[in-house]
Design a protein around this ligand. Structure first.
Ligand code: NAD
Length: 367
């Protein structure tokens, strides 16, 4: 089939598939079209795509369009099927539009968290890149060193980093901050996170943990107002002591939980930072303004929206592997097969209909 790779509009710098993935697709007999410059943001020249067997060409009307996204019906006209981040639970109306246009919609967000689907888990690979980039941003923005240093000019105390939400992004932020020598503490609502945090050499901050907070697949549920109050009480001291707070807490299909209140930001030291990696879904800090930096009494609250693009090369490589593994699985028989567990989960629109209960529920909930 004709597979086209999208040239993402800036500020996105990732590309959905890198030459390694293109080679896998052309070896499998597909015709792959890559628009000129599609890899520029990730430092991949057109030549590298042609060497992998692609044609440098505009997408035309492909059988399958591969993009980073979030892709909407406006981005995909002419394609029979589209695969990428489609934000199916956050923007279910876009899925409705894709269905109305007769486009088959395959959403990376819906890849199940099973052993078989691990190679296709793009949320995890991109969260890894995000956590890494978040810790580096904290290290470069903080007007202090991360590591302890004993120098002729005196002994420098290590930076104190607090990571809130210890899923894939949070664990990578912890590991990266630790490698840079910071003293790290972390918190997550899921009790299973404690052991993972401690195995990375960070302290687990006491706070409410709840077995029922964990759903199938490892994701968290929304917590009650009472739990939220308890969390803020338990975290207050750790936030006040931190030089940098990196927040990553998320609940699929919901607004990000607010863990750091305005009052808590006002207890932080001048020069301290909040790096809110959940800014795209509203943010974990009450002060966060997505896409900008807010300064309050010398404390900066940053809500970056395109941080993964700072590591676009490796992030694209990982994403490309996830996408090609998924395409290989879905088209194993030569035709698109959405009857497998993975196929049924990722296919959110086909044959003019929305085919996902989760998307239908999101629409009914007014999403
Ligand atoms: P996510 O991005 O949806 O959320 C990030 C973190 O925020 C999660 O750890 C969550 O527990 C936490 N969180 C949510 N609400 C919170 C609150 N009110 N207070 C504090 N923390 C809160 O999650 P994720 O990083 O994509 O994954 C979470 C889990 O899924 C991890 O345990 C991970 O190991 C598991 N996982 C499993 C597989 C697999 O089995 N194949 C793959 C990837 C991840």
């Amino acid at each position: 089939m004709l597979i086209a790779i999208r040239r993402e509009p800036r500020p996105e710098r990732r590309v959905a598939v890198t030459p390694r993935g293109v080679k896998a697709l052309t070896d499998a007999g597909h015709d792959v079209a890559v628009p000129s410059g599609a890899g520029d943001g990730a430092a991949i020249p057109d030549d590298a795509f042609t060497a992998a067997g692609a044609r440098i060409a505009e997408p035309g009307d492909p059988d399958l369009l591969l993009g980073v996204g979030p892709l909407t019906a406006d981005d995909t006209s002419g394609a029979s099927a589209v695969l990428g981040f489609l934000d199916p639970l956050g923007s279910p109306h876009q899925i409705e539009r894709l269905a109305a246009a007769g486009t088959t919609a395959l959403a990376l967000e819906m890849v199940p968290r099973t052993t078989q689907a691990q190679a296709m888990d793009a949320l995890s690979s991109q969260a890894t890149a995000l956590g890494y980039a978040g810790a580096l941003l904290a290290a470069t923005e903080l007007p202090r060193f991360f590591p302890m240093m004993m120098t002729a000019a005196g002994t420098i105390a290590p930076a104190r980093v607090l990571v809130l939400g210890a899923g894939v992004a949070g664990l990578q932020a912890i590991a990266t901050a630790r490698r840079l020598g910071a003293v790290v503490a972390a918190y997550d609502i899921r009790p299973a996170a404690r052991e993972q945090v401690e195995s990375l050499g960070a302290d687990f901050v006491g706070g409410p943990v709840a077995d029922e907070a964990q759903m199938e697949g490892g994701y968290a549920r929304e917590v009650s107002e009472e739990t939220r109050r308890q969390q803020q009480q338990a975290l207050a001291e750790a936030v006040a002591a931190a030089d940098a707070v990196i927040t990553t807490a998320a609940v699929p299909g919901r607004r990000a939980p607010v863990l750091v209140s305005l009052g808590m930001v006002d207890t932080m030291k001048p020069g301290a930072l909040v790096i809110d990696l959940a800014a795209a879904t509203g943010g974990n800090c009450e002060v966060t303004s997505p896409g900008t930096t807010v300064e309050r009494n010398g404390v900066r609250v940053m809500g970056p929206l395109h941080l993964v693009s700072t590591v676009a090369g490796h992030a694209s490589d990982m994403l490309g592997r996830n996408i090609t593994a998924l395409v290989t699985h879905l088209w194993e028989s030569g035709e698109l097969d959405t009857s497998t567990e993975i196929g049924a989960a990722v296919c959110v629109a086909r044959g003019g209909e929305i085919t996902s209960d989760a998307v239908r529920s999101a629409l009914e909930a007014g999403g």
